[in-house]
Design a protein around this ligand. Structure first.
Ligand code: DON
Length: 320
């Protein structure tokens, strides 16, 4: 498919899906996110040559929020090995909301159900290499910066806003501490977790990360393996089964792409190669990032999800 055609289609589909922003609202429980402009919708797709295709409000930056969870999972597996990580956190969906305390009290699982719910992500963040919060943050950010090729900033306002209002996450962290699932004190574990959530990212950077996951940890642009195929495989499993929380089943059915959402309105998606579809766009795989701050009841960008659905249907991106 010619580049102009790709641009035209993306532009059209962004406009087709803009009205879906009305089906959600910016996250209210983190005050600094509540005032985001709800009408925005932007997308960036990156192909294996590093060419990007953008439409809508595509030059925005926003905080990673839960998208950081799949990256911290990958980073921890890369640094400490898959066995170490899977010993601390499971790979099962919960059927509860991302910040629920219910699994701890009802099921008493012994370890968090998966690394993409808050409990699992707090555990993972606390176990990143390094003795202090600053060291752990530094190791993480260098890992991500190595993947995207430039430095990243923390959004201090979002960080402070979440720090002051993280009552539920604090409660979760106490449960984790009781079960010996934190490598740090409660306040320190929360600190590193909230820092990762508050890292500022562009759509282009997110699309690059999606591209590397789609290619099993290999960066096709720089031609180097960043993390192992095994880690990428489990990351994609988690994205499909838990990445969109309680909409993961519907997302798999209607979109069918490994993806991870965040409450600031971003979605990271990884489209693996589909070599047997030569007539389709992006048959060698791509990374996709969308942003639209109005989120639905499950914490996923409302218009972003619908835009991905249309793109996947039109270009046959589903892995199923
Ligand atoms: O801990 C929280 O609640 C947020 N920092 C992140 C949650 C989130 O992004 C869930 N996503 N859809």
């Amino acid at each position: 498919m010619r580049s102009e055609e790709v641009y035209e289609k993306l532009k059209q589909w962004v406009e087709d899906n803009r009205s879906h922003t009305m089906l959600g609202a910016p996250a209210q429980y983190i005050p600094a996110l509540a005032n985001q402009d709800r009408d925005q919708l932007g997308i960036c797709i990156m192909d294996i040559d590093g060419d990007t295709y953008k439409a809508g409000e595509s030059d925005v930056t926003f905080t990673l929020q839960s998208i950081s969870k799949i990256i911290s999972f990958v980073a921890l597996c890369h640094f400490k090995g898959l066995d170490f990580v899977l010993d601390k956190v499971d790979v099962e969906p919960t059927g509860e909301s991302f910040n629920s305390i219910i699994p701890f009290e009802i099921h008493r699982p012994g370890k968090p159900f998966n690394p993409l719910i808050n409990a699992g992500a707090i555990t993972v963040a606390s176990m990143l290499p390094g003795d202090t919060v600053s060291e752990k943050y530094e190791r993480f950010i260098l890992f991500v910066e190595g993947m995207i090729g430039h430095s990243l900033e923390l959004d201090q306002e979002v960080y402070e806003s979440e720090w002051k209002t993280a009552h539920r996450n604090r409660a979760l962290a106490y449960y984790l501490k009781e079960s010996n699932l934190l490598d740090l004190d409660v306040e320190e574990a929360l600190d590193i977790y909230i820092r990762l959530c508050a890292i500022c990212i562009s759509l282009e950077d997110l699309a690059k990360i999606g591209l590397v996951i789609a290619h099993d940890g290999y960066d096709p642009i720089e031609e180097r393996q960043i993390f192992s195929h095994d880690v990428a495989r489990i990351a994609k499993v988690l994205m499909v089964t838990c990445g969109m929380y309680n909409s993961s089943g519907k997302f798999a059915a209607h979109v069918g792409i490994p993806a991870k959402s965040g409450v600031s309105g971003g979605i990271l998606a990884s489209v693996p190669p589909k070599w047997h579809s030569p007539e389709k766009a992006f048959r060698k795989g791509c990374g996709i990032a969308v942003f639209s701050p109005a989120i639905d009841a499950n914490g996923n960008s409302a218009a972003g999800t619908m835009l991905l659905r249309q793109i996947s249907e039109e270009w046959d991106f589903s892995i199923f």
